[in-house]
Design a protein around this ligand. Structure first.
Ligand code: GN1
Ligand code: MG
Length: 359
């Protein structure tokens, strides 16, 4: 991507006065949007090419983000929520040749693909919980679903079964064994349906990967919570669960180091402590207890999504090699199996963290 190609976008923003003096470079490791850093004489900005195949309702996102702003959700949080800057027409989205772009303020700091201390896990979890807590100021049902049924595990499972049973080619033995693993997750799907029926909807982020936080340079403080396109009503277990999936795993979701991939219980404990403390008095016992299901729900969901995408020919997630989505699904299956074998241990950690947070 070069500046010349982007100039029709940048010209829509007053602060990019001198385009010749701007520099552009790729930024971040997100799988969905294309993200760039722009260095201009007026400072640094983040430019994002919007993926409209994934996010088919950009106006809903713009609406939700406006609600965060007008309800001053960020004002009482100890970190920033960088929202899109408005273009010369007062809009969050700038359209050029049918493609939408957005510009965000740049927040200086560090993004992580993996934590290097338990304190980072605790702080990350506290930040996401504080975000949900700040949402009590807002009537959450005014927010729109930016991706309908995004975290509906039951529907993801149905979709996966339909795609798998419609396959024309014969699956190889590795595909078969991973397929069988996921088909055996029916009890988890039932548990998910039963549990969520009783839970309230909250303001949730829905993509609580560690790289969606900006940490201070010294990595001891959360400076900003980013990637707000999936902010919508959801269950707390989604946000806590995605933290478990991505932060409490000894390897990242793209790792193929199968032997060393497992849940790190001590990081799980730090996440639980941090999350419960960030929630404060927000949730009652049943909702707090539902967090225990989160890791399994989100890990199963991502495994199903990666596998479905593999079977469909990698149409959703960017891959670096053809089998990558299958490997991601295998990676998630190993973590899920480990989470399921440690249920009792994790419950004990939850009890310990609950006692601690109510002191
Ligand atoms: C996508 O864009 P990114 O990498 O933050 C995906 C998440 C997945 C994640 C897996 C809209 O998020 O749901 O958890 O990849 N976002 C969407 O890495 O599908
Ligand atoms: Mg991201």
């Amino acid at each position: 991507m070069n500046l010349e190609k982007l100039s029709p976008v940048l010209r829509q923003y007053e602060f990019f006065e001198d385009l010749d003096a701007c520099q552009i470079m790729p930024l971040g490791a997100g799988l969905i949007h294309e993200t760039f850093l722009i260095e201009s004489p007026n400072g640094k900005y983040v430019l994002q090419g919007f993926n409209q195949e994934v996010f088919q309702y950009p106006d809903r996102i713009a609406f939700n983000l406006e609600q965060l702003y007008t309800n001053q959700i960020a004002d009482n949080l100890p970190f920033e929520l960088p929202l899109p800057l408005l273009n010369e027409n007062g809009k969050q989205l700038s359209t050029v040749d049918g493609k939408n772009w957005r510009v965000f303020p740049f927040v200086k700091g560090q993004t992580l693909e993996q934590i290097s201390s338990k304190n980072q896990a605790r702080n990350a979890a506290t930040a996401f919980a504080e975000f949900s807590k700040a949402g009590t100021e807002l009537k959450v049902d005014i927010l729109k679903e930016t991706i309908p049924d995004f975290h509906r595990l039951d529907l993801r499972f149905e979709r996966f079964c339909a795609v798998a049973s419609g396959m024309e080619r014969k699956l190889d033995s590795e595909e078969e064994s991973i397929l069988r693993f996921y088909l055996n997750q029916k009890p988890l799907i039932e548990n998910y349906k039963e549990t969520t029926q009783k839970l309230p909807l909250r303001l949730t982020h829905n993509d609580t990967k560690i790289n969606n936080l900006i940490f201070s340079e010294s990595l001891d403080r959360v400076k900003a919570l980013i990637d707000l396109d999936t902010v919508m009503p959801g269950y707390l277990l989604y946000d806590f669960g995605d933290l478990v999936r991505t932060v409490a795993c000894t390897r990242t979701e793209i790792s193929t180091d199968w032997e060393n991939l497992r849940l790190d219980e001590s990081v799980f404990e730090a996440l639980m402590e941090g999350y419960l403390s960030g929630l404060g008095n927000l949730a009652k016992k049943e909702e707090r207890e539902s967090l225990l299901l989160g890791g399994e729900v989100m890990t199963c969901m991502m495994g199903l999504r990666f596998f479905t995408d593999h079977l469909q020919g990698n149409i959703y997630y960017r891959v670096n090699y053809p089998e990558q989505n299958l490997h991601r699904a295998k990676n998630q299956s190993i973590l899920l199996r480990d989470l399921q074998s440690k249920r009792e241990l994790l419950r004990n950690l939850w009890i310990k963290a609950s006692n601690h947070s109510s002191l």
